[in-house]
Each structure stands twice: as C-alpha cells, then as structure tokens.
Design a binder for this molecule. Structure first.
Ligand code: GLP
Length: 238
C-alpha cells in the first residue's frame, strides 16, 4: 500500500484528480468507479478544470458509482445521482448513458440485480474511495464479515448522523442504501482512497499503522489489494 501525506486537502484532491486524468488519458475506454461525499467535491472540481482548460475528455469514459440511498429520487438534492450530475457529469463531455448509479427509487431487488449485472460486465481500471468515520467504504458498514457482492445495507446510526449534515435533520436521512460489496471494490485494477476530516483519523490509523485486517473497520481490507494508494493531509497522519 502506498501512502501519500499532502500539505492539505486541496493538494490531496489535486493529486487524486491528476491520477484519474492519467487513467483517462492512458486507457482508451476507461471505466472508473466513483465516489461521493464532501471529500470528493474538490476532486471533481479539478477534473472539470482539466476538461475545460487542458482538454481532458470523458467522452469515451464509463463510470459506476459505489452506492446510492434507497428511497431518494434522482432529483433529490442529496441523492448521489444528483450529486454526480451537478458536480461532474453535467459539467464535462461524458455521455450519461455510460454512467451507472443504482436507482434509489426503483424496487430495491430489481435495482440491485441490474447493478450487480453492470458490475460483472464492466471491469474497473480505477476505483475512487472515501471513508466513513467508522471506516466504511462505499456503504459497507462495520460488521462481523465482509460482504463480497453488491447488496442492500441498513445504514449505521453513526453514518446517518455524519451524513445528516447534508439533510435538514437526521430523520430525513434514508435508512437503507445499495452499495458495491467489498469484493466488487477489490476487483478494480487500481484503488485510491482520499481521506478528509478529523473524524476519519482513527480509521486512517487502523488502515496505515499496522497490518491487521478487521471487518469492524472495513477500509482495512484494502491492505490485501496490490495497487492501493491512500492520500491524506499530513495533519491527519497517525
Ligand atoms: C458516504 C459514502 C461514502 C463516503 C462517505 C464519506 O457515506 N457512502 O462512500 O466515503 O460518505 O463522506 P464525506 O466525504 O462526506 O465525509
């Protein structure tokens, strides 16, 4: 595992965006696994800038997102479809037909089956990851074991509380989501995890300070992947 401590979150986001742009330039029909959350906003802002100023094109790129809340329509400001459209897809030359985010309003079992099928037929060159304060990746919450495949998850109260800052109140935060499984995440050729926020310090320490893999801190599974880079502002270093 490669660890990169940067001056601040801006430098970390720029580095991650440059890595994504490299994949897009190198792979003719790149498939990117994407993530949402406050941590990713500057990554997408940088990619939009690369598109506008440096001619980086997403015209041949396919994307698949990690997860989506169940019960939020795509028009909902906090749905991950809305997040991706407004921060990235609407601002670059990507064909939205080539962007996969499980639909939160469809019957969950049908949405899940379609998501699993898409993942099975689209190997990812790159997977972008953030991390929850409890160590979750995607919406793979702490548990007794790792779930390999995409699945429906009941969100941890810690996650609902953390994410309630984007909603009017915690009661508005959905209780369930569809997420890629740990096995899906680990299948990507290259993984980059961007850590932002003092509340992620403990998860970062579990990830980079020792070799233990523990389903109670899901991000620790990344230690088993052969091409993972963890990027974080130096003030979060353990
Ligand atoms: C959500 C997403 C995760 C993301 C996490 C961190 O829970 N499902 O994929 O990593 O948020 O969010 P933030 O960047 O807002 O701290």
């Amino acid at each position: 595992m490669k660890k990169i401590a940067t001056l601040d979150h801006y430098a970390a986001s720029l580095l991650v965006a440059e890595s994504i742009a490299d994949v897009v330039r190198t792979e003719k029909n790149a498939c990117l696994g994407l993530a949402t959350g406050g941590s990713m906003e500057l990554v997408y802002a940088n990619l939009v800038e690369f598109f506008e100023k440096d001619g980086v094109s997403f015209g041949r790129v396919t994307t698949v997102n990690l997860d989506e809340y169940i019960g939020l329509p795509p028009s909902h400001l906090q749905s991950y479809r809305h997040y991706m459209n407004s921060h990235f897809f609407d601002l670059v030359d990507i064909d939205k037909a080539n962007t996969c985010i499980p639909p939160g309003m469809e019957a969950p079992e049908a949405a899940l089956a379609a998501f699993q099928k898409f993942l099975g037929s689209h190997p990812r060159d790159f997977q972008l990851l953030g991390v929850g304060a409890n160590g979750h990746i995607g919406f793979n919450e702490p548990g007794a074991f790792f779930e390999a495949n995409a699945h429906i998850v009941t969100l941890d109260e810690c996650t609902r509380k953390d994410n309630s800052r984007f909603f009017g109140s915690i009661d508005e935060v959905p209780r369930q989501a569809i997420t890629m499984g740990i096995g899906d995440i680990m299948k990507a050729s290259k993984i980059m995890l961007l850590v932002r926020g003092d509340n992620k310090k403990e998860a970062l320490r579990e990830l980079i300070s020792h070799d233990r893999v523990d389903p109670r801190v899901p991000c620790t599974v990344l230690k088993l992947h052969s091409d993972v880079t963890v990027v974080y502002p130096e003030k979060l270093a353990p």
